[in-house]
Design a binder for this molecule. Structure first.
Ligand code: E4P
Length: 217
């Protein structure tokens, strides 16, 4: 399973890259706003910086919601760097735009997916990634991970090549469950990735090894 980091914060992206397990980045308008970047030129420069750091897939989301606007914005975003994947919302014009981008060699990530039916549409339109939002489903008492399992199953049945990108991940446990369920990618906050490191027996064991190592001098 690939690890993407779900942030637009350059320091966090650099830290994840240096940690050595990073396969890509996802952003969204909320994350861009949180990073404090403003204005189209600065936002485009920011995406370029992210691409230069990771040298791997970077999802950049369109703001337009009509077909012509999505296509115009997506083409501009895709021109920033070869690693840009255009993130398009799961709406009628979004699906139409994903099909247009697919036919014109631009890779897409279909976002805001909350049902298997939506995931089928994304795959039919040729999205490179589909992003079911696990945490937001859990927030309203639906089992987000069940949706991942359902989509993985359907995509396998029909050999869809769209990768299942588990999004809205909130914890290390979500990452492990996404892996168990067969998600191709998990996009996670940095603290969820680093949380995977933690086990008290590792800490206790290391302390004992280091103490015993002192006896070896
Ligand atoms: C990533 O592609 C999504 O936009 C993101 O994971 C949403 O996460 P949230 O539900 O924590 O905002």
């Amino acid at each position: 399973m690939k690890f993407f980091i779900d942030t637009a914060n350059l320091d966090e992206i650099k830290e994840a890259k240096e940690f050595g397990v990073l396969d890509g980045v996802t952003t969204n308008p909320s994350l861009m706003a949180k990073s404090g970047v403003k204005g189209k030129d600065n936002i485009f420069k920011h995406y370029k910086e992210i691409c230069d750091i990771v040298q791997a897939d970077v999802s950049a989301e369109v703001i337009a919601t009509d077909f012509d606007g999505i296509v115009r914005e997506g083409e501009e975003l895709a021109a920033i760097d070869e690693h840009i994947v255009v993130k398009v919302p799961m709406i009628r014009d979004g699906v139409k735009a994903i099909k247009y981008f697919t036919d014109n060699g631009i890779r897409t990530n279909c976002t805001l997916v909350f049902s298997a039916g939506q995931a089928i549409l994304a795959a039919k339109a040729g999205a490179a990634y589909v992003s079911p939002f696990i945490g937001r489903l859990d927030d309203i008492s639906f089992e987000g991970m069940d949706l991942i399992a359902q989509i993985v199953d359907i995509y396998q049945t029909f050999d869809f090549t769209t990768e299942v990108l588990a999004a809205s991940i909130r914890s290390p446990l979500h990452i492990v469950q996404a892996a168990e369920t067969g998600a191709d990618v998990a996009t996670c906050p940095l603290n969820a990735i680093l949380g995977l490191l933690k086990h008290p027996l590792t800490d206790i064991g290391l302390e004992k090894f280091l103490n015993d190592a002192k006896k070896l001098d």
